[in-house]
Design a protein around this ligand. Structure first.
Ligand SMILES: Cc1ncc(COP(=O)(O)O)c(C=O)c1O
Length: 344
C-alpha cells in the first residue's frame, strides 16, 4: 500500500530502532530518565527556550499549554480550522474550561490586525477576555501552509501590547522551517510556548515536546500529570525522537518536493482540482468532479490500485508525503489516479 493518509503512518527506520534499543532509561515521571532529559534539553536549545517537556502526543502538549496559560472561563484565539479549534476543542473546553474564538482565514493564516480586533471585541461580546493567542504552523487543514515569520512578529507585538502569551502549535514546525528557511529558534523567539511533534513528518513512533520558560513548563508539567501524562522508562521512545531530530529534519525537503510533484501530476488529471496550490510543504488537498464516482467507489478503486488517501473531509481529499514515500511511490500513485479519473 502507498499510504498517503498522513505523515503519522511512518514506521521507525532500522537506525531509529537501534537508537531506541540502546537508550539509557530511568523513571521519567521522577525526572530520572537521562534520554528524556536529553531530548527535552536538546529541544529547548533548538528553539532558544529555557526548558522542554516530553509528552505522549500533540493533543496533550497543546492541552498542557492552554491550561497552563489560562483560567476557566477565559477565551483563546485560534484559526477556526485549526486542530485546537476542531479535534481538540472538546478536550480544551472540558479540561481547560476555555472558549475558543476562531478566526476564519484562508489556509489558516490570519493577520495581526485580525488578532487585535478579536482581542478588543471579546470583552463586550462575551463578558470574558482573550488570555492566549494560538497559531498553527504549518497549518494542517489549510494544506500545510507556512505562517509567514513577518506576520508572526506582528502578532507577537499585538500580544505584547495586550500582555498575552503566544502559543505555536508547531506539530509540523520543522516542515515550516525547512520550507521557509527560517531557523527553529526564530519561531521560538516569537512564541512564549511551542509544541512540536516527533511522530509526524519526523518519523518517530511516539511523542511531542513542549518548550518554553521554566516557570511555564512547571505549570504545564503538573497539568500533564493530572491528566495521566506521567511516563516511566520513556527514554526508549524519546531516543526515537532524538534520532529523528538528528537525521530526519533536512530530508523533509524531499517530502515537500514529492508533494509538489504529486500536486502537479494531479492537476493534469481531468476532473481533479488542487485546492491548496501552490503546495508549500508535504500536504496536498484536492477534490474531484466526476459524476459517476462516489466516495466509496473512489476509495475502493484507489485501494485496488494500492493507494490510500485521507478522505475524512469529503469532498476534499488529503494526500500527505512522508518518510515512507519516494519518487517511485508518487509515480505509482499517479498511475492509479490517472486510471480512476480517466474512466468515463
Ligand atoms: C496541527 C496539529 N496539531 C495537533 C495535532 C495532535 O497531535 P497528536 O495526534 O499527536 O495528538 C495534530 C495531529 O494531527 C495536528 O495535525
Amino acid at each position: 500500500m502507498i499510504d498517503l493518509r498522513s505523515d503519522t503512518v511512518t514506521l521507525p527506520t532500522q537506525g531509529m530502532r537501534k537508537a531506541m534499543a540502546r537508550a539509557k532509561v530511568g523513571d521519567s515521571r521522577r525526572g530520572e530518565d537521562p534520554t528524556v532529559r536529553a531530548l527535552e534539553e536538546h529541544s529547548a536549545a533548538l528553539f532558544g527556550k529555557e526548558a522542554g517537556l516530553f509528552v505522549p502526543s500533540g493533543t496533550m502538549g497543546n492541552l498542557c499549554a492552554v491550561a497552563a496559560w489560562t483560567r476557566p472561563g477565559d477565551v483563546i484565539v485560534a484559526s477556526s480550522a485549526s486542530h485546537i479549534a476542531g479535534r481538540e476543542a472538546p478536550a480544551v473546553s472540558h479540561m481547560a474550561s476555555v472558549a475558543i474564538l476562531g478566526i476564519d482565514a484562508p489556509g489558516g493564516i490570519f493577520s495581526a490586525q485580525e488578532v487585535a480586533e478579536a482581542v478588543l471585541a471579546t470583552p463586550s461580546r462575551t463578558e470574558s477576555k482573550v488570555r492566549l493567542v494560538t497559531v498553527e504552523n504549518t497549518h494542517n487543514a489549510g494544506g500545510g501552509t507556512v505562517f509567514p515569520l513577518a506576520e508572526l512578529k506582528r502578532i507577537r507585538s499585538v500580544c505584547a501590547k495586550h500582555s498575552l502569551p503566544l502559543h505555536i502549535d508547531g506539530s509540523r514546525i520543522f516542515n515550516a522551517s525547512v520550507a521557509s528557511g527560517a531557523a527553529p529558534a526564530s519561531y521560538g523567539k516569537v512564541a512564549d510556548s511551542l509544541m512540536f511533534c516527533l511522530s509526524k513528518g519526523l518519523g518517530a513512533p511516539v511523542g511531542s515536546v513542549l518548550v518554553g520558560s521554566g516557570k511555564f513548563l512547571a505549570e504545564a508539567r503538573s497539568v500533564g500529570l493530572r491528566v495521566g501524562g506521567g511516563m516511566r522508562q520513556a527514554g526508549i521512545v524519546a531516543a526515537g525522537g532524538l534520532h529523528a531530530l538528528k537525521h530526519h529534519v533536512e530530508r523533509l525537503a524531499e517530502d515537500h518536493e514529492n508533494a509538489r510533484a504529486l500536486a502537479l501530476g494531479l492537476s493534469e488529471v481531468p476532473r481533479v482540482e488542487i485546492v491548496n496550490g501552490p503546495v508549500e510543504t508535504n500536504i496536498v488537498l484536492f477534490r474531484w468532479h466526476h459524476p459517476a464516482l462516489d466516495m466509496l467507489s473512489f476509495r475502493d478503486a484507489l485501494a485496488g490500485g494500492g493507494v490510500q488517501v485521507d478522505d475524512r473531509s469529503f469532498p476534499f481529499f488529503r494526500a500527505v508525503t512522508h518518510l515512507g514515500i519516494g519518487k517511485k511511490e508518487i509515480a505509482r500513485a499517479m498511475r492509479a489516479f490517472r486510471e480512476i479519473f480517466g474512466r468515463g
